[in-house]
Design a protein around this ligand. Structure first.
Ligand code: BGC
Length: 746
């Protein structure tokens, strides 16, 4: 009898245990996924693949499986909004640390800072109970008109890849998923729900996909967001080519495909073409206006009815549920994830360090910067010196616990020296989705008066620091609306010219996420490019202007003189912003420096109907320092690399800090294919290293050249290939500042 009771007990225990395998974190992930799936009813499966509120989707309450809470992303944790509206929920404990915008992160060229960024963001997400951060964004900078470039990482696929990997790893190390966006080809905001991208497979694979691929394969991203646009006539959120053929079949992505908010449009396509989780459809404000319409989502009742009527199999559904369960197990059900923290000292310091290294010193004639100690009066001019730029810009806007403005940052450093004049009034003050800056920015003076007051004051100051740029108002670096002109808005060009005439000692600081025209370039001795710097942006700018920090940022995109100098703008509306919803990337692989590098040849690029490029105002990778660096002779350990031999070449170069203070330099390795059957860019970035050197110090910088760095994408064969022949390794300080060239062959 005793034995019977004992074995009955054992059977029960076993059944219980196996029933709860998904709850046991020591079990392998895939087994837990299968186990959880096996316990779910059809209703429960349908429920977990679409949202239940603006930013959450349900788990399975009956089984103790929690749901998911998403948050924007990518620069901080978005404040709480109402259940299914964009408007503020009005919480008083959801203010975050605002980190610099992603263009700024890219401009640091510092992969350790990218990791730190991810980690700090992850901690803030945890404290706010979020499982998925909607970011980072890695769409390539094709045109400076793109309203969302500030959320992306510039024009070069290698730079974006190298920066996105550690961001994701840092974030996910905290048990919070990254949701890489916007996959793919979301390179403009104009007509963002309606345009279809036409481009060659070569441009797709060489330029527009690599950062996503790196995010998935090397970064190990747990989720990815489909974009709004079409590709090959299908919405990117349920796109056979992007989601099935490439993401799953070629990259073996095991994470979750989440739709952009309102990016799902069709049940059939959503069922068959790889979408896992539908968000944002029809809830207030996005595509239509049907409040509380979750049951009417494309992947809700319509899917269920389709299954019941036999129209859809359950095979696809199970696959989607597996993908969602995997995300839940990795995040919401991760027992090791901890509790996080918000606006801690550590986060503030990280935000400041990233912002400091993001700032790019574009020009510094006569060493006007850093501001000298003996300067008695510093006149700061410009609305961006006082304006909060964490609010506005669309979904990435933040309710920052605090935001140090440039004027505050500068006044804190030099309390009795700094004077302020506004100079211009944008009349577009930060307010979005009920989130409002507490600043009082209204101005009674006319535009003429503002300019006159500023120029009069400029005459009396020792030095003038103009701080303007774009400001995240619609059309000025903002989601859902591209920029409409390349020049600065609000008559700033005229103001800068007037200030430069009034005072030769003028520093122009452009705060933006995009290149702007600089018709006053020759008239101003110093130019600084800064980004939306977040909570610590003003302190970081002051650190650089006053020389407490030696600038080391480098441009993540090329600054051209005129909008026509960008290849995407040389094909009329077909190239940008599209005709009848069709956009053609006719410039193909010649984006950014891949095009402007050809300026020395002074020839049209006939095959692509591109004008002879003009020399850029500031090249990709450019950024000055308060010290100077000298590069020695580059050396290869071996002038030949064997095809398919897994062989590598080492190239090394000594770099010396020849100035009087410590500084950081970004040493860039480009590779040039000297002769190729297909047209190739003059050179392409293949690696970089950021090094720190004390005054007088020399460091040997070494790179490893591998065969994959020589490849191009052969679209006919649909594969990466290398062509035997001669190559050149180019070590440079920017795309136009070449320090050494060494030949080798394959
Ligand atoms: C944006 C996404 C964002 C989502 C949720 C969309 O409009 O395109 O980037 O994550 O809204 O706010």
């Amino acid at each position: 009898m005793k034995r019977i009771v004992l074995s009955l007990f054992a059977v029960c225990a076993c059944t219980l245990l196996s029933a709860h395998l998904y709850l046991d974190p020591s079990q392998p992930l895939e087994q837990r996924v299968e186990d959880a799936l096996a316990h779910m009813t059809l209703q429960e499966k349908i429920a977990v693949i679409h949202a239940q509120s603006k930013f959450s989707s349900p788990g399975v309450a009956r089984l103790g499986i929690p749901g998911l809470w998403c948050t924007d992303g990518p620069h901080g944790i978005r404040p709480e909004v109402l259940w299914d509206e964009w408007n503020q929920a009005g919480w008083t404990n959801d203010s975050c640390t605002a980190f610099p915008a992603l263009t700024g992160l890219a401009a640091t060229w510092n992969t350790e800072l990218a990791r730190l960024y991810g980690e700090m963001l992850g901690e803030e997400a945890l404290y706010r109970n979020k499982s998925v951060v909607l970011g980072p964004g890695v769409n390539i900078y094709r045109t400076p008109f793109n309203g969302r470039n500030f959320e992306y990482m510039g024009e070069d696929p290698l730079l974006a890849s190298e920066m996105v990997i550690p961001y994701i790893q840092g974030l996910q190390s905290k048990g919070v998923a990254a949701c890489v966006k916007h996959y793919a080809l979301n390179n403009q905001e104009y007509n963002r729900h309606g345009y279809n991208v036409n481009l060659s497979d070569r441009a797709l694979y060489e330029l527009y996909l690599p950062a996503f691929k790196a995010a998935v394969i090397e970064g190990g991203a747990w989720s990815i967001m489909g974009s709004y646009n079409f590709y090959k006539g299908q919405h990117a959120c349920h796109n056979q080519y992007l989601l099935k053929d490439i993401l799953r079949d070629e990259w073996h992505f095991d994470g979750t495909v989440i739709s952009d908010w309102g990016g799902t449009h069709d049940t059939d396509e959503a069922v068959h073409n790889g979408l896992d989780l539908e968000y944002g459809t029809w809830t207030d404000g996005m595509t239509h206006n049907k409040a509380n319409a979750y049951a009417a989502y494309y992947m809700a009742d319509a899917y269920m009815e389709g299954i019941k009527s036999g129209k859809y199999d359950t095979k696809e559904l199970d696959e989607k549920v597996r993908n969602v369960l995997r995300l839940i197990l990795r995040t919401s059900m991760n027992p090791h994830k901890g509790f996080g923290n918000m606006v801690s000292e550590k986060h503030k310091q990280a935000a400041r360090a990233i912002a400091q290294e993001s700032i790019v010193l574009l020009k510094n004639e006569g060493r006007l910067l850093p501001v000298k100690e003996d300067v008695k009066t510093i006149l700061v001019v410009g609305e961006n010196a006082i304006r909060m730029t964490t609010i506005g810009g669309g979904s990435s806007q933040l309710k920052a616990k605090y935001e140090v403005s440039p004027l505050e940052g500068m006044s804190n450093k030099a309390p009795n020296k700094v004077l302020y004049e506004r100079g211009y009034d944008s009349k577009e003050y930060a307010v979005q989705d009920g989130l409002k800056s507490k600043q009082e920015l209204s101005e009674s003076r006319s535009a003429e008066q503002l300019m006159q007051d500023a120029t009069e004051a400029a005459k009396k100051a020792d030095i003038v620091v103009f701080i303007g740029g774009l400001n995240k108002a619609p059309h000025q670096d903002c989601e859902d609306a591209d920029r409409e002109r390349y020049n600065l808005p609000y008559n700033q060009d005229k103001l800068i010219e007037a200030l430069a005439e009034a005072n030769k000692n003028i520093v122009v600081v452009i705060e933006s996420g995009n290149a702007v025209a600089m018709p006053w370039l020759q008239k101003v001795p110093a130019i600084v490019q800064t980004w939306y710097g977040g909570s610590e942006g003003g302190n970081a700018l002051a650190d650089v202007l006053f020389g407490d920090v030696n600038p080391s940022g480098k441009l993540p995109f090329t600054i051209c003189s005129r909008i026509e100098d960008y290849p995407s703008h040389q094909y009329g509306e077909e190239g940008y912003p599209g005709v009848d919803g069709q956009v053609y990337y006719k410039e193909d692989i010649f984006v950014g420096y891949r095009y402007t590098d050809l300026y020395k040849q002074k020839k049209k690029i006939k095959a692509y109907k591109l004008n002879a490029p003009n020399q850029p105002l500031f090249a990709f990778g450019h950024g000055l320092s308060y010290t100077t660096f000298e590069y020695g002779k580059a050396q290869l350990d071996n002038p030949k690399i064997k095809q398919s031999g897994n062989q590598t070449i080492h190239i090394s170069i000594p770099v010396t800090n020849t100035g009087k203070r410590a500084g950081k330099e970004v040493v860039q390795l480009y590779i040039s294919d000297l002769k190729s059957t297909l047209p190739r860019p003059v050179k392409e970035l293949k690696a970089f290293k950021k090094i720190e050197l004390q005054a007088g110090e020399t460091k040997q910088v070494e790179f490893v050249i591998t065969e994959d760095m020589l490849q191009y994408f052969n679209a006919d064969k649909h594969q990466w290939e290398t062509e035997a022949g001669d190559f050149e390794a180019i070590i440079a300080s920017s795309a136009t500042d070449i320090k050494a060239r060494v030949k080798f062959s394959l």
